[in-house]
Each structure stands twice: as C-alpha cells, then as structure tokens.
Design a protein around this ligand. Structure first.
Ligand SMILES: *Cc1c(COP(=O)(O)O)cnc(C)c1O
Ligand SMILES: [Zn+2]
Length: 410
C-alpha cells in the first residue's frame, strides 16, 4: 500500500504526479513528495516500528516507494553513541554521536538517500542510475547499483581523495572525472539528465532521494526513547540532510509519535566553503555562491541546491551556524578519535570542531543535551591527516631494541 499522493511544489504548492520530476514549471521551486499523513497516522505506531528489522525501511510509510524496497535492506539504523569522554572534554553535560560513518554498505550517510533513490528508480523502470557527487554519493550509487543490477555512471570533480575514487571504481561503474569543481559537475549533469534517460539520483530523482535523509533523525528520536534532542549539529553540503531533519521531526510530532519539536538545529561548514553560514550570520536569505577551497571535499558545494532551506531550518529552529578552518577540521577529527574511538572523515571533523566553537561561544548551553551528526568514514580521507598524527617507532625484532626505542619516547 502506498501513502504517496504525488509531488508538490515547496514554494507555490502546485501538485504534480508521482514521476521523475524535480522542479516546478511555474515558479521553479523544488518539488517534494506529498504524503497522505492522515492515513499514515492510522497505521504507524511505535510498536509497529519496533517490531521491524533494524534498517531504514522500518519507517517505510514515510518513504516514497510504492512496492517493496529493493536495495538498502541493511542500510541505516547506525549506532547512537553516548559520548561521555567527548562531553567531558568539551565541558558539556551530554553528547550523543549519531554514527553514520559505519552505515552499510559504503560507510556514509549517503547510503540512506541512495537506498531510496535506487529503489524508486527501479520502480520507474530506469536501467541506468547516475549522480553528480563530491565523493560519498558516487560510492553509494556505485555499490547499490551493483546490488540492484543496474548500469551506473558517476560524475566527480578532479580533486577527490584517492580513497573515495577507489571506493567507487571497485564496483565497476563508469566513473567520469570532470575537470572542474562540484558546482561545475552538477551543472553538466543537469544537462546530461535532460538528454539521457538516466535516473540521476540527486537531480531528476531528487525529491525521492532527499526523503531518505529523514531516516537519520527518525532513528535518533527512536534511539533516544522517542525523545527529541535539544540540539543537533549537522554538516551542510547541498543542504538536503539538515532541512530533512527539520521536516522529519515535525512529521513525527504530527503523527503523535513525539512531543513538541523544541530542537535547535546548527549548520556546520568549512571556512573555505561556507555560503550557508555566511547567510546565517548576515541574516540574509539570499545564499551567495562561493568557489570552494577546503579539505572537507564532501562538503565542498559552493552553490547549494537547498541552501535557502538549510538557512531557513536553522533560523526557524532557533539554532545557529559556525565555520571552521582546515586546521580546526583536523583537530576535530583527532578529538573524536582520541575521545570516542571513532575515525570520521573531514566532514565529521567539521561537525566536531563547529560543536566545540558553538559551546565555547555559549551558543549551545553546557547543561543541555547535544546530538552531533557524524556522516562519513575517516578511512576514505586519509590524505587529510597524513603526517598530522603521532609517528610510529621502528625496532629490531628483539626485546633490547624495543626497550631502547621505547625508553626514548616514554
Ligand atoms: C553529502 C554529505 C553530507 C551532507 O549532505 P547534504 O548535501 O547537505 O544533504 C554530509 N556529510 C557527508 C560526509 C556527506 O557525504
Ligand atoms: Zn511552484
């Protein structure tokens, strides 16, 4: 049974059929999936959700597919970790880490959106999936297209980390390296999508794709015992995850599954690519595009598709935003590893470092509960910390050599 009424323009409300469409032809606003919430409310209970397998499809009534899901049957339901060491280090009462750096199968939050997008692309009858990616999306599309038995073409900018490139190539998609930055890749892909009958997960399938992000916050709320967190810090690239977190919280409340939404949402970006943070600090709803220059390549989108909605989410929730330098990003990665044993990628370093800044500046009170969004895995961005960790010691295979060298560093 499907709970989808169709698509709806986020700006003018005009309705569209359930098709691979993404932009309103009247006002150029983005389209969103329109659900039949009264019907969902009759069916979806905490008990029903709890009875289902621990993957993102346990919230399937709130996801935009008609038939049974085809991929992502092990994706999502990542750990929510109470991070007491980190809390102590930052001088706050309570921090939880939502750890999508271990999401199945490609170790980033993109496995959520791609599970939904590829299931939907199959329903629509596409035989080829594609994407414009800053790295993680290409990994997730490549892996899940392989599982779904579909052809796959992924477009990436030239300067990606080698770990991210290999983690696409291994699944045998066609990887297209575009001589340009992500915003140029995206512009090209919009043209390709108009010409080829491919399912570009973050272009013509975007309304369906984006709803996969909601499961990130459904899980947080469920894992907190159906409580909404007081503060969530979220990394921002295109701005989809952060705006869908806000939507997801309201959906749960409107379905009677949680109390009022009092969650404040904070945007995290790198200093070298912070168009949303600039808008927040200037209180200007016009997002000025920038040319990205940062080691946080997965967040390097200078002209974010949902930048305005990311800005609005932060403002409507009463949150804030902060940006951090490349040095602070590395410190953030090392801090999370040293305190909680979690190796996140540069985007996670951004989130941790921004959280630290927001606490130090008093934007987030010390005595309230914080959730930080860790969205990618550090093994993919090893270049960023090469030479910036402690060093090994080298010894001969005998105890004397060990003790001689160990003496020096004690
Ligand atoms: C894509 C991505 C994000 C954020 O994505 P949005 O485009 O803002 O939804 C955050 N972290 C990582 C690691 C990502 O790959
Ligand atoms: Zn419209």
């Amino acid at each position: 049974m499907s709970y989808i009424k169709g698509l709806k323009c986020k700006e003018c409300g005009r309705k569209y059929p359930e098709e691979p469409l993404y932009v309103c032809e009247y006002c150029f606003g983005p389209l969103e999936v329109d659900y039949d919430y009264p019907e969902i409310k009759k069916k979806l209970t905490k008990e029903l959700i709890a009875s289902r397998a621990q993957n993102l499809w346990r919230y399937r009534e709130l996801l935009p597919i008609d038939d049974r899901p085809l991929v992502g049957l092990q994706s999502g339901f990542t750990p929510l970790i109470k991070a007491d060491n980190l809390a102590q280090e930052l001088g706050v009462e309570e921090i939880y880490v939502k750890n999508d750096s271990v999401c199945h199968p490609t170790l980033s939050f993109k496995d959520r959106v791609v599970s939904v997008a590829i299931s939907k692309a199959k329903e629509f009858g596409f035989d080829t999936v594609a994407c414009a990616s800053t790295g993680n999306l290409a990994n997730a599309v490549s892996a899940q297209a392989a599982q779904a038995n579909m052809k796959c073409v992924v477009f990436i900018p030239t300067d990606l980390e080698s770990g991210k490139i290999v983690a696409s190539l291994i699944y045998a998609p066609q990887v297209v390296v575009v001589e340009g930055n992500y915003d140029e890749v995206n512009r090209l892909c919009t043209e390709v999508a108009n010409k080829y009958k491919w399912a570009f997960v973050n272009i013509n399938i975007r309304p369906y794709y984006a709803d996969g992000s909601k499961t990130f916050v459904y899980e947080i709320v469920e894992q907190l015992g159906w409580r909404t967190p007081q503060h969530i810090v979220v990394p921002v690239a295109g701005g989809s995850l952060i705006s869908k977190i806000w939507l997801g919280l309201h959906e749960l409340h409107n379905l009677g599954l949680t109390d009022d939404v009092n969650t404040k949402i904070y945007a995290a970006q790198a200093h070298g690519c912070a168009p949303v943070i600039t808008a927040i600090k200037e209180n200007s709803e016009v997002i000025k595009p920038v040319i990205p220059e940062t080691i946080a390549k997965s967040l390097a989108i200078g002209n974010p598709a949902d930048g305005y909605y990311a800005f609005k989410t932060v403002m409507d929730s009463g949150g804030w935003g902060e940006e951090v330098t490349d040095e602070e990003i590395i410190e953030g990665m090392k801090l999370l590893a040293r305190t909680e044993g979690i190796f996140t990628e540069t985007a996670g370093g951004v989130t941790v470092a921004v959280t630290k800044k927001l606490v130090e500046s008093g934007r987030i009170p010390e005595d309230e509960s914080i959730v930080i969004s860790i969205t990618g895995n550090g093994l993919k961005t090893q270049e960023s910390v090469a030479g910036k960790t402690g060093q090994t010691i080298k010894i001969k295979p005998n105890i004397n050599s060990f003790e001689a060298e160990f003496e020096k560093i004690k």
